[in-house]
Design a protein around this ligand. Structure first.
Ligand SMILES: Cc1ncc(COP(=O)(O)O)c(C=O)c1O
Length: 364
């Protein structure tokens, strides 16, 4: 089966909107896009009266170099959230196809499926008590079963996993890809890869056409507010995603910022900062494990910790009362007593730990 056979047949040859910027025409008097001839007085660079490049070449070249992939395998989107949405719409026929997720997991996979009216097949992660593990064999069994009902088109592997924290070993991802054998695309979401010592699935890209890897500048590159996500996939699939993407997805100021943020020296700094977060993560994990109200702190390869509490409600509310906001995970399957705590600066982490210690004192 070829990769394009997985794409909705009505979209395989779709060219998308032919925007003024896509024509590639050359000239010096621009009267083809109904833009204002004057820049806004509010525009610092005096160039935003013109529509931006849909896929800015300089940023694409830099990202391809950063991730060591081919430029034509890169699509830039408004956050990787948009990459997930485009993949769902490109592959899943409404009311026919399905995506597979391994809960507890990042919510947007199911949200995008819901918007597209695609089914969601769940194969839970296995809780070993100290980590959550992807059940590759169960995923492969679900894929087999799905063919007769709603064919699974996308299998999501979140690695490091949100909210559980564990990275999936590359050997397990490879085993999954071999087992799937092109019957679905496998999307490895590496939003938190910079905090992990594990090897990126990007290294498997050249061998597997139907492997897609998602990266983002929202986490280690500290640009969540700029919205810049990256989908790395086979060029044939990138062409389809590009065709169904909005004509000008990336705001030019965000692109300019992103270019600076991934320049070599800034990228080095991002790596150093990720290293500092990892050191803090281990310190906070050890301190949390020493608190009597804490039942479990899961091993994490990301910039957060999943923590089970004897009384998660008291911990959540007590932290809030101290001004410390963490993410409540109690609605997720199997996480009825868990909170997800992002690793912040040393001072922020100390504030978290002091608030939790104070709660213990109050209770004693
Ligand atoms: C696993 C995972 N994937 C993707 C995203 C979305 O990131 P972005 O800001 O690039 O849309 C997040 C955001 O928290 C996430 O946790």
């Amino acid at each position: 089966m070829s990769l394009l056979d997985l794409v909705r047949s009505d979209l395989r040859d779709f060219g998308g909107y032919g925007s003024a910027r896509k024509t590639g025409l050359k000239g010096s008097v621009w009267l083809n896009a109904n833009e204002s001839p004057w820049a806004s007085p509010a525009d610092p660079g005096q160039s935003l009266n013109r529509y931006p490049e849909p896929q800015p070449a300089a940023l694409k070249a830099r990202l391809a170099a950063l991730y060591k992939v081919r430029e034509d395998s890169v699509l830039m989107t408004r956050g990787s959230d948009e990459g997930i949405d485009l993949l769902t719409r490109a592959l899943c026929r409404a009311e026919h196809d399905a995506v597979l997720i391994s809960p507890p997991t990042f919510g947007m996979y199911a949200v995008c499926a819901r918007v597209q009216n695609a089914a969601v097949v769940s194969v839970p992660l296995v809780d070993t008590g100290s980590a959550f593990r992807l059940d590759v064999d169960a995923v492969l069994r679900a894929l087999e079963l799905s063919v007769a009902k709603a064919p699974i088109k996308i299998i999501y592997v979140c690695s490091p996993a949100n909210p559980t924290g564990a990275a999936v070993a590359l050997s397990e991802i490879e085993r999954l890809l071999i087992g799937v054998a092109g019957r679905a695309i496998v999307v490895v979401d590496e939003a938190y890869a910079e905090y992990s010592e594990g090897k990126s699935a990007l290294s498997l890209r050249p061998r597997f056409d139907f492997l897609v890897v998602l990266r983002t500048l929202s986490k280690a590159y500290a640009l969540a507010g700029a919205r810049l996500g990256i989908t790395v996939a086979d060029p044939a699939l990138i062409r389809v995603l590009n065709a169904i993407a909005p004509p000008y997805p990336l705001a030019q100021p965000a692109v300019a910022l992103a270019l600076e943020a991934v320049a070599e020296s800034a990228a080095d700094e991002a790596r150093r900062r990720a290293g500092r977060i990892v050191v803090e993560r281990e310190r906070v994990a050890a301190a949390l494990a020493g608190l009597s109200g804490v039942l479990a702190v899961y091993a994490s390869d990301a910039n957060y910790l999943l923590v089970r509490f004897a009384d998660a409600e008291a911990a959540f509310q007590g932290l809030l009362a101290s001004g410390v906001v963490v993410r409540d995970q109690r609605a997720q399957p199997g996480l009825g007593n868990a909170l997800r705590i992002t690793i912040g600066s040393v001072e922020e982490n100390d504030a978290l730990l002091s608030a939790l210690k104070a709660l213990e004192v109050t209770r004693a």
